[in-house]
Design a protein around this ligand. Structure first.
Ligand SMILES: [Zn+2]
Length: 261
């Protein structure tokens, strides 16, 4: 449970996991959003893995969806390599349509990926989606359902609320952040690998991307919240995170991972 109040402790280090699995919606989320954090995990000696649920074929930046799916798959592979991600899987759920996909299907994907890489914890976008994209929220909900089934901790990437407000003011964006009291880890990061990986998403990393302004405002710090705190593992308790996802329907689908891409 969150301690609340002014004395809420803020850590500056990541957990010492053997492997972290990021669950994201779109190719580029792993770089634009989580790139510096994945790089920090890797620098700590944590193996990194990324499950991406769509090919990002409905990007608002381009209109040629068929070609774009293939292009973005290649960009995703190049970016993951630059980030030193050891395992990637790119699924073909509909870009822009994740909230309409069966929750059990998506959480089954996350659970299968956890099993494939033997992840000790998950890394996701904040439940609100950070940028406001419904696909981001659906991906995180899927990861949280899988984590509850598997009793694993989950870290959520977020923005300080003042950074979100400034981006929205300046650029008409729809970011949602959190107050300092809600942030559990303020992580010092370096951006070199994130910038290189982001640049590999040639179709998306255009000069007018909101990404650049966000990174400038964040400087050398990323912010994370425990969506499912560590320490629940093995205790059998259900005194879980404050935000309540929808109740999960039945056991996760434990299908085999369908190979990375
Ligand atoms: Zn995205």
């Amino acid at each position: 449970m969150r301690s609340g109040g002014v004395d809420h402790p803020v850590a500056t280090a990541l957990p010492n996991w053997g492997c972290v699995l990021a669950v994201v919606a779109h190719p580029d989320d792993e770089s634009f959003g989580l790139g510096a954090i994945l790089d920090a995990f890797r620098t700590n000696g944590t193996r990194t893995a990324v499950l991406c649920l769509t090919h990002g074929e409905v990007s608002t930046l381009r209109s040629d969806t068929g070609v774009l799916a293939e292009l973005r798959e290649r960009e995703f592979g190049a970016a993951a390599e630059l980030l030193g991600v050891g395992w990637v899987a790119l699924r073909d759920y509909p870009d822009g349509g994740l909230p309409q996909v069966s929750p059990g299907l998506l959480s089954g994907e996350a659970a299968a990926a956890v099993a494939a890489v033997e992840a000790d914890g998950l890394l996701v976008f904040d439940p609100g989606g950070v940028t406001g994209h419904p696909d981001h929220a659906a991906s995180t909900a899927a990861a949280l359902r899988a984590a509850a089934e598997l009793d694993l901790p989950v870290l959520g990437w977020t923005l300080p609320d003042d950074v979100a407000a400034q981006l929205n003011r300046e650029l008409g964006a729809t970011f949602a952040g959190h107050r300092p009291d809600d942030i559990d880890i303020a992580l010092p990061v370096t951006r070199a690998r994130q910038l290189a990986a982001s640049a590999a998403h040639v179709s998306q990393a255009i000069p007018t991307s909101v990404l650049w302004r966000r990174l400038a405002l964040l400087g050398g710090t990323e912010h994370l919240r425990w969506l499912r705190p560590p320490g629940l593992n093995g205790t059998g308790t259900v005194a879980g995170p404050p935000q309540a996802g929808p109740p999960h329907a039945g056991p996760p689908q434990a299908g085999p991972p369908q190979g990375g891409s």
